[in-house]
Design a protein around this ligand. Structure first.
Ligand code: ZN
Length: 165
C-alpha cells in the first residue's frame, strides 16, 4: 500500500470524523490493518470511538479505571442501628457490698510496705440483705481476714466443731 499525501490527508480527515478503521479502510481502498498501522505511525490520537469490536486496542491504552466511589460506600446507618437502649441495671444501694468472690490472698507475695493490704473478707450482717457487707479492714498478710476476724474465724470453726461433737 502506497500512502500518498492525499491518502494520508483523507485518512486524517476520516480519522478525525471518528470513522472506524474498517470504514476508513473501505473508503480508502486499503485494509483495516493498514489504516491502523498508518494511524499509529502518524501518531493519530486515539478516538473516543464507540466502535471497539475490531479488537485493535493498542498498547499503552489504559483500561478504563474502575469507577471510584467517593465518600461513604455504605448508606447511613441511621435508623438501622439506632443506639440500643440497654436496660440500665438497677443501681445497688451504697450499703450493698459487691458480692463478687474475692480472690484468695497470694501468700507467696507479701504486700509491699505502703501498699494497701487486701481487705478482710469477713461477712457482716445477714447475707442477701442490703445491710450485708464485708468487713473491709486490712487483712493479715496471707490471710483473708483482718486480725480480729481471723481470730473469730478460728474460734467459730472450733465452736462449730464443738457444737457438732
Ligand atoms: Zn475483718
Amino acid at each position: 500500500m502506497e500512502w500518498t499525501d492525499e491518502a494520508i490527508t483523507r485518512l486524517r480527515g476520516l480519522w478525525d470524523e471518528g470513522h472506524s478503521t474498517a470504514e476508513i479502510g473501505r473508503r480508502l481502498g486499503v485494509s483495516k490493518n493498514a489504516v491502523v498501522g498508518k494511524a499509529h505511525r502518524l501518531s493519530l490520537s486515539a478516538r473516543p470511538s464507540p466502535i471497539r469490536r475490531d479488537g485493535s486496542e493498542r498498547r499503552g491504552l489504559r483500561p478504563p479505571a474502575p469507577r471510584r466511589v467517593i465518600g461513604p460506600t455504605l448508606p447511613p446507618l441511621a435508623g438501622l442501628a439506632a443506639p440500643v437502649a440497654l436496660p440500665r441495671p438497677v443501681e445497688a444501694p451504697p450499703s450493698m457490698p459487691v458480692m463478687a468472690v474475692r480472690p484468695p490472698p497470694v501468700a507467696a507475695k507479701p504486700p509491699r510496705p505502703g501498699l494497701r493490704a487486701l481487705p478482710c473478707c469477713w461477712p457482716i450482717g445477714e447475707p442477701g440483705t442490703p445491710s450485708f457487707r464485708f468487713c473491709d479492714a486490712e487483712a493479715l498478710p496471707g490471710k483473708p481476714y483482718c486480725g480480729e476476724h481471723a481470730q473469730l474465724a478460728y474460734v467459730r470453726v472450733r465452736d462449730r466443731r464443738e457444737d457438732a461433737a
